[in-house]
Design a binder for this molecule. Structure first.
Ligand SMILES: N=CN[C@@H](CCC(=O)O)C(=O)O
Ligand SMILES: [Zn+2]
Length: 411
């Protein structure tokens, strides 16, 4: 089956040669073709170029994209979309002056979600979560990483990961599962951290590995949550089962966690709202992708990740949503890209690179996703007619996505 898009106003993120990520000054380069064609064959990108070279294909389905922009679907490398219920009351409590930390100290926060999750059946969690997955696909996300971490019990964590597995089986987009048992210490282990870490390492991980339920391992490395040494233990244990680390770090405090993550070969370090010069130094010459989550900064009023400092140091940067019930009840990558431009002063080119090819790197799929490259998955966004792609972040409150194609099929 062939689909041929013709007269595309701007075809973005065109990479003739494979790149797995872009860093430093290269982030400001977003290769594009004006007045382009794009040929999809079955589920793959088969060809593209300027309209003068457009092939004549009488059997193809022709789509006239006059005035419209086409780009790869967003790659959201950090979410927690499998959860039960919501935390709307905490949202109002924060408006009334409580901080995220104060709410957590009162038994709210992650423990509040864990209580709800453990009281909810797997089927019900699946039903609630699939609504969010369907929503983000319509908003243009074509690949997503989903974490556990609201179980904090053996059964709860397994339940979450089985829901993620069902989502993987039932939806066409690429999904990676991350085991986040080390998200918070359950109340029973408040004074017995080593007991909970033993539970993760000796009970949860072997079961998860035997059912092949996770691709990555995560921990919330933060003051008041998991220390550097505790996180190192978790990362080392995960790696023994083939789970590469992707770690929550430097959200509220900088405690040399990034160094530990880099030394343990983390694929990504995520949040980075508070970053020291030493943190930036250790990321240089590493394979670790820094990931910024601007919707989280927006929603709970914490600093934005210093994108310019990171990119000026020659580093790459990815953007993701962090969709979760506590700090970011939104999975809209269009909003993430716009907020990165408006609040983090990323250029549209940098933000789109961060939300496509670098996001793909941060979920280990840049061979197949994140750019318009021959042989990659036919995952593309067709916009409404636009002045130019600058309108994507500029008209930040307007839905400019007309159609989403995943693996060659419109969703
Ligand atoms: N910071 C840690 N985890 C989530 C929030 C978890 C929650 O509050 O439910 C995050 O990435 O923001
Ligand atoms: Zn998160």
């Amino acid at each position: 089956m062939q689909t041929l898009f013709i007269n595309i106003k701007e075809l973005l993120q065109v990479r003739e040669q494979h790149v797995d990520k872009v860093a430093g000054p290269d982030m400001s380069v977003l290769p594009k073709i004006d007045n382009a064609f794009l040929l999809i064959e079955n589920n793959l990108i088969a060809n593209f170029g300027v309209m003068e070279n457009c092939p004549n294909l009488p059997n193809a389905t022709i789509i006239d994209a006059t005035g419209r922009v086409i780009l790869p679907t967003w790659v959201d490398s950090h979410t927690h979309i499998v959860y039960a219920g919501n935390r709307i009351q905490e949202f109002v409590d924060r408006i009334n002056g409580l901080t995220y930390e104060e709410i957590a100290n009162r038994g709210g926060g992650i423990l509040n979600s864990a209580k709800k999750l453990n009281e909810t059946s797997e089927d019900e969690i699946y039903e609630q979560s699939k609504i969010r997955l369907e929503e983000i696909i319509q908003q243009g996300t074509g690949a997503v990483e989903i974490k556990s971490g609201y179980g904090l019990t053996i059964d709860g964590e397994l339940k979450m990961l089985r829901v993620i597995k069902r989502l993987k089986e039932n939806y066409p987009i690429a999904i990676k599962a991350t085991f986040l048992g080390a998200h918070a210490f359950p109340l029973d282990y408040k004074e017995n951290h080593s007991g909970y870490i033993d539970l993760i390492i000796n009970e949860m991980l072997p079961k998860i590995a035997s059912e092949n339920l996770a691709d990555y391992i995560d921990a919330f490395l933060e003051t008041g949550y998991f220390s550097v040494d505790e996180t190192i233990k978790i990362m080392e244990a995960g790696k023994k089962y083939g789970l590469e680390p992707k770690i929550h770090v430097n959200q509220f405090t900088a405690i040399d966690g990034i160094k530990a993550c880099v030394e343990n070969g983390a694929l990504s370090v995520d949040h980075l709202e508070i970053v020291t010069d030493e943190d930036i130094e250790v990321l240089k010459n590493s394979k670790t992708m820094p990931v910024a989550l601007p919707s989280c900064s927006y929603f709970i009023s914490i600093p934005y990740t210093p994108a310019r400092r990171i990119m000026n140091a020659g580093l790459p940067l990815a953007l993701a949503t962090d969709y979760n019930p506590g700090t970011t009840p939104s999975g809209n990558m269009n909003f993430v890209v716009a907020t990165a431009c408006i609040k983090m002063k990323m250029t549209p080119e940098e933000a789109i690179n961060a939300a496509t090819i670098n996001g793909a790197y941060a979920m280990g799929i840049s061979n197949t996703h994140g750019s318009i490259t021959k042989g990659k998955k036919a995952n593309i966004l067709l916009t409404q007619p636009l002045t130019s792609y600058y309108q994507l972040p500029y008209s930040f409150g307007t839905n400019l996505i007309d159609k989403v194609m995943v693996e060659g099929k419109f969703i």
